[in-house]
Design a protein around this ligand. Structure first.
Ligand code: GH3
Ligand code: MG
Ligand code: MG
Ligand code: MG
Length: 316
């Protein structure tokens, strides 16, 4: 068995109302291809839909539905549009040929049929189709990979929440959007308490696990569309809350604090004996004066107060 016969054979559909024409083409192609045939335009369309041939050889003059109509129907249907159509016809004038090509046919062969020319053209068209398919598949794969890379480029590797770069972009655009529409906007900045001591006591790996847990709690707590949780740095996280007042953001921060507290992760070197967090909230009806820096500065001040007043608390 040679290599050619081991390879999957291409399927070619002949559509012609004259049996003698089908027979001639069949003889020319049968050794190298799986040849199917249909004796009317309507049958041809049905066979294309059912059999998905790699190429169609199409007669023009047929009763009921002529070859032009068959071709344009195939080209209109997304499922069949990419199958190459080659007209094989006795209609040899330029207008007929131009019309066929304008309808989307890849080639136009006139009778009498010249076997070697048919073979060579069919081979070329199948090769081009193969390359086109390959290119399309590679393009699709590349687009998919790019989408994945885009998502990864916005994420923090350890915790799965957004990274600092994405946070900067989102906060910038949310501040502008809130300003344009006079909407509320709030920002929570939170920081794990005595995290250095936690690392020192339990090791860096345990510290990483703690950060991952924090990521999970954050994702569980802030699920509303538009809310963006990010890792701002080491053990600091931010939450952007569009259309949210400072008061409501304060409640959300409190819910987050309690969610971590209820995990009761032991922390031998904390006055609270478990891992806790402190948070600062900045929120306002955004006016012209409010910038990204204002939000960050304000949240940072509030966080500082939470730390100064004993940690494990929220300051608005
Ligand atoms: P405070 O309560 O005032 O926030 O004290 P703190 O110890 O949490 O704050 P500090 O900023 O002094 O220490 C932060 C620690 O976070 C130090 C650093 O080693 C640790 N850290 C930062 N990034 C990571 C990380 O990716 N993994 C682990 N395990 N530790 C980290
Ligand atoms: Mg005919
Ligand atoms: Mg810190
Ligand atoms: Mg800390």
């Amino acid at each position: 068995m040679n290599l050619r016969s081991q390879m999957k054979r291409h399927k070619i559909l002949i559509v012609d109302d004259t049996a003698a024409n089908i027979e001639i083409l069949y003889k020319i192609l049968k050794d190298n291809y799986d040849v199917l045939f249909a004796k009317s335009g309507a049958d041809g369309i049905r066979m294309v839909q059912e059999q998905h041939p790699d190429l169609v050889l199409l007669d023009i003059m047929m009763p009921d539905m002529d070859g032009y109509e068959v071709c344009s129907l195939l080209k209109q249907d997304r499922a069949t549009a990419r199958i190459p159509v080659v007209f094989v016809t006795a209609m040899g004038n330029d207008e007929d040929e131009a019309r066929g090509l304008e309808l989307g046919a890849i080639d136009y062969l006139t009778k009498p049929i010249r076997p070697h020319i048919v073979q060579a053209r069919v081979r070329n068209h199948l090769e081009l189709k193969h390359r086109g398919d390959l290119l399309e598949r590679l393009t699709r794969e590349l687009e998919e990979k790019n989408r994945t890379l885009d998502v990864l480029a916005r994420k923090d590797g350890l915790t799965g929440v957004s990274n600092r770069r994405h946070f900067d972009e989102v906060l910038q655009s949310e501040v502008q959007r809130a300003m344009r529409n006079s909407r509320n906007l709030s920002l929570i900045l939170c920081d794990i308490d005595h995290f250095k001591r936690f690392n020192d006591l339990y090791g860096h790996m345990a510290g990483d696990k703690c950060l991952q847990l924090m990521g999970e709690i954050l994702r569980d707590t802030f699920k509303r569309a538009g809310e963006v949780v990010s890792r701002y740095g080491g053990e600091e996280f931010t939450i952007i809350l569009p259309d949210t007042s400072a008061e409501l953001a304060g409640h959300m921060a409190e819910r987050l604090r309690l969610a971590l507290l209820s995990q009761a992760l032991p922390h031998g070197h904390s006055e609270h004996h478990v891992v806790t967090l402190s948070a600062g909230v900045a929120g306002t009806l955004v006016e012209r004066a409010n910038t990204m820096e204002w939000f960050l500065g304000r949240a940072d001040q509030a966080l500082y107060r939470s730390k100064a007043e004993g940690r494990n608390r929220v300051t608005v």
